[in-house]
Design a protein around this ligand. Structure first.
Ligand code: SF4
Length: 374
C-alpha cells in the first residue's frame, strides 16, 4: 500500500451472506461462527488503524458485500463505530438485504451517521427470485423501504434485475412502478448476466436478449417520467441524488478497499485483497495488478465513459501522466465517427447509444492501448 497517498473514498467489503444466490459471483461466504466474524472485525480495525493517516480527507464511504446487514446488531454497530470517526464529507452508504434489516438496525445506522442505504431487491416476483436462487419474502423489499423511510433515510437506492428467464414485461413493470411509488430517487437496473462459474450458468445457457432490450427501454421511460435520469449504464437518479462514491470511482478517484476481495487504486497502482476470508484474516498479501500503464489508463478511461457526464478534457491531459487526448486521438475520433462518443467544448462522453455499448467501447480502447504499448 502506498504510504503517501490520501484516499478520496473508502470501500469496505463485508463478505457474509445468509445464503449464496445462484447468479452471484461476488466474493461471499455463509459463515455463522461468531469467532470468525469477530476475527474479521479485528482485522478490519487493524487495517483501518494502519491506513488512518491516508483517510483524513475522505469524501465517501461505501460498505458493500456480501451482505453488511446480515451481521448481527452488535457486529454491525461495531463496524459502523469503526468508520464513524472518519467523517466522510459527502456520503456514507451501506448495502442492505431487505430480509436482514429491522427497525433496530436501521435506527442505529441512521443515528450513527449512515446517510444512504442501498437495497438489493432483485425482484418481488416469486418465480423470478426462485430462478435467481434468491431467498427473500415476497414483499420484503417494500416493507424494508417503508421502514427505512420511517426511520428517516431519504437517500435510498434499490437494485433490481431484469432479463431473467421466465420474468415477463408485466413483472418488471410492477417492480419498477412499486419502487417509484415509494418516492425512491436512485435506482439501479441490472440486466442478468450469466457469469461463468455461477450456479445459474450451469442451469441456464441463454437469455432472451430482445425481451431484455424491451425491459431496458420500459425502465428508462418509467424512470424518466418520474424524474430519474440515467447517469451511468445501469444507474438512474433524480439530479443531485447520484451515488457520489461510484461516480467518483468511475472517474478515476483514489480509493482504498478493505476486506477480502476488495480492490484499491492509489492513482498509480491497483491491488486486490485475497478473495479468501481466512487468508485475508491471517494477513496474506494483496495481489498487485501487473497491467502495463497504457492499458490501465485505457481501462480507467473506459470506466469514465460508462457515465453520462464523461470526462472533462482538462482531466484527460493528466490521466496516469499520459495525455489521453494525444495518445488516444485516433481511436477516440473513430468512436466519435461511429456515434458512440461525443465531444463538447469541455468534455468527451458516451452518447445514449454509446452507453448501451459501454463494454464494447472498453474492449476497443484496451485493444488499442495494447497495440500502442507493443
Ligand atoms: S447477490 Fe447479494 S445476497 Fe446474493 S450471494 Fe451475492 S452478495 Fe450475497
Amino acid at each position: 500500500m502506498s504510504s503517501l497517498v490520501e484516499f478520496d473514498s473508502l470501500y469496505v467489503h463485508v463478505p457474509f451472506c445468509k445464503n449464496i444466490c445462484d447468479y452471484c459471483i461476488l466474493y461471499s461466504v455463509v459463515e455463522n461462527s461468531r469467532e470468525v466474524r469477530k476475527a474479521y472485525l479485528d482485522k478490519l480495525e487493524s487495517d483501518l488503524n494502519q491506513a488512518s493517516k491516508q483517510l483524513n480527507s475522505l469524501k465517501t464511504i461505501f460498505v458493500g458485500g456480501g451482505t453488511p446487514s446480515a451481521l448481527s446488531f452488535e457486529d454491525l454497530e461495531r463496524l459502523i463505530k469503526l468508520l464513524q470517526g472518519l467523517s466522510p464529507q459527502d456520503e456514507f452508504t451501506i448495502e442492505c438485504n431487505p430480509s436482514s434489516v429491522d427497525q433496530a438496525k436501521l435506527e442505529m445506522m441512521y443515528s450513527k451517521g449512515v446517510t444512504r442505504l442501498s437495497f438489493g431487491g432483485q425482484s418481488t416476483s416469486r418465480k423470478t427470485r426462485k430462478m435467481l436462487g434468491r431467498r427473500t419474502g415476497d414483499m420484503e423489499l417494500f416493507s424494508a423501504i417503508d421502514l427505512a423511510q420511517k426511520v428517516g433515510f431519504t437517500r435510498i437506492n434499490v437494485d433490481l434485475i431484469y432479463g431473467v428467464p421466465g420474468q415477463t414485461l408485466a413483472d418488471w413493470q410492477f417492480d419498477v412502478e412499486q419502487v417509484l411509488k415509494r418516492g425512491i430517487r436512485h435506482f439501479s437496473a441490472y440486466s442478468l448476466i450469466l457469469e461463468e462459474g455461477s450456479e445459474l450458468s450451469k442451469r441456464i445457457h441463454e437469455t432472451d436478449d430482445d425481451l431484455a432490450v424491451e425491459m431496458y427501454h420500459l425502465c428508462e421511460d418509467l424512470l424518466k417520467e418520474a424524474g430519474l435520469e440515467r447517469y451511468e449504464v445501469s444507474n438512474y437518479a433524480v439530479p443531485g441524488q447520484e451515488c457520489r462514491h461510484n461516480l467518483d470511482i468511475w472517474l478515476g478517484a483514489r480509493y482504498l478497499g478493505l476486506g477480502p476481495a476488495a480492490a484499491s487504486f492509489d492513482g498509480v497502482l491497483r491491488w486486490t485483497e485475497k478473495a479468501d476470508l481466512k487468508a485475508w484474516i491471517k494477513g496474506e498479501q494483496a495481489e498487485y495488478d501487473q497491467i502495463p500503464q497504457k492499458e490501465r489508463s485505457a481501462e480507467v478511461l473506459a470506466f469514465g465513459f460508462r457515465t453520462k457526464l464523461g470526462w472533462k478534457k482538462e482531466r484527460l491531459h493528466s490521466l496516469y501522466g499520459i495525455d489521453v487526448l494525444i495518445e488516444y486521438k485516433e481511436i477516440l475520433d473513430t468512436l466519435m465517427t461511429q456515434g458512440l462518443l461525443e465531444e463538447t467544448k469541455s468534455s468527451i462522453r458516451a452518447t445514449q447509444q454509446g452507453l448501451l455499448f459501454a463494454d464494447e467501447i472498453a474492449s476497443v480502447l484496451v485493444e488499442y492501448a495494447q497495440g500502442i504499448s507493443e
